[in-house]
Design a protein around this ligand. Structure first.
Ligand code: MF3
Ligand code: CO
Length: 251
């Protein structure tokens, strides 16, 4: 399947995106201090049965979990673990991708647990603001660098830094399709965005420096300086005049 979707495909992708967002929010609502990240995966597993969807992450390039749960300095791709406890003051990034009738939805959000620091609150707010700026910049005739540049400028004017090794992507029957959507870059560069593309926009924002490394488990991405990181992701359909956010909660 190409990067431009037809009407039937779009209807199925919309369902996959809505159910992904709905399950994401329900997992977020279930987070309590003292839980392990594995317990959150079990919450996800039960919701997957209820909504009759499958994980698009499990087995993707050998990823072992159903969802990703990344705490504090973990940026993305945290593998749910019985050894990892969640405590008050943490920020927990949940990333989910579910397949429904052959199509993937993919979304993420970072949730505060109990009372978090003012700087963590600001990190979450700026990351969400950068996602909205990236979404606003995505329209026919614009380019992927316009989206990246919009994200980067919000993040850096907030005094934070963007992770450069990972980014957004096209989405469809497979989780990652062309075009790649960097979270940094320059206006007027990169691939052209066209009507009927489906794009996942997903800034990963570090409180400190942008440098990251991957832990020995081969998956967990952490900040090198140990400072916290946030991640928000939505899927959009490029329309004639702009875009439509597809990852909407519908209980
Ligand atoms: N939402 C992420 C992404 O779009 C997570 C996928 S990684 C996986 O890249 F391996 F867990 F699938
Ligand atoms: Co994604």
């Amino acid at each position: 399947m190409g990067i431009y979707k037809n009407i039937e495909d779009i209807e199925k992708i919309k369902k996959a995106c809505r159910v992904s967002k709905t399950i994401l929010k329900k997992i977020g609502d279930s987070i309590k201090e003292g839980m392990t990240t594995k317990a959150l995966e079990i919450v996800a597993q039960n919701l997957m049965k209820e909504y009759n969807v499958h994980s698009a992450f499990k087995g993707y390039r050998g990823y072992p979990g159903l969802i990703c749960v990344s705490v504090n300095e973990e940026v993305v791709h945290g593998i749910p673990s019985e050894k990892k406890n969640i405590k008050s003051g943490d920020i927990v990034s949940i990333d989910v991708g579910f397949r429904y009738e052959g199509f993937c939805g993919d979304c993420a959000a970072t949730f505060p647990v109990g009372e978090i620091s003012e700087e963590k609150k600001r990190l979450l707010a700026i990351t969400q603001k950068s996602l909205l700026a990236g979404i606003s910049a995505a329209a026919p005739g614009k380019r992927t660098g316009d989206v990246g540049s919009a994200i980067q400028s919000v993040v850096e004017s907030g005094g934070f830094s963007v992770v450069q090794e990972f980014g957004g992507h096209g989405l469809g029957r497979t989780l990652h399709e062309d075009p790649g959507i960097p979270n940094f870059g320059n206006h007027g560069t990169g691939e052209f965005i066209k009507e009927n593309m489906i794009l996942a926009i997903e800034p990963m924002v570090n409180m400190g420096e942008s440098k990251i490394k991957i832990l020995e488990d081969g998956w967990t991405v952490v900040t090198c300086d140990g400072l916290p990181s946030a991640h928000f992701e939505e899927d959009i359909l490029i329309t004639e005049n702009g875009n439509e956010v597809l990852t909407v909660y519908d209980g």
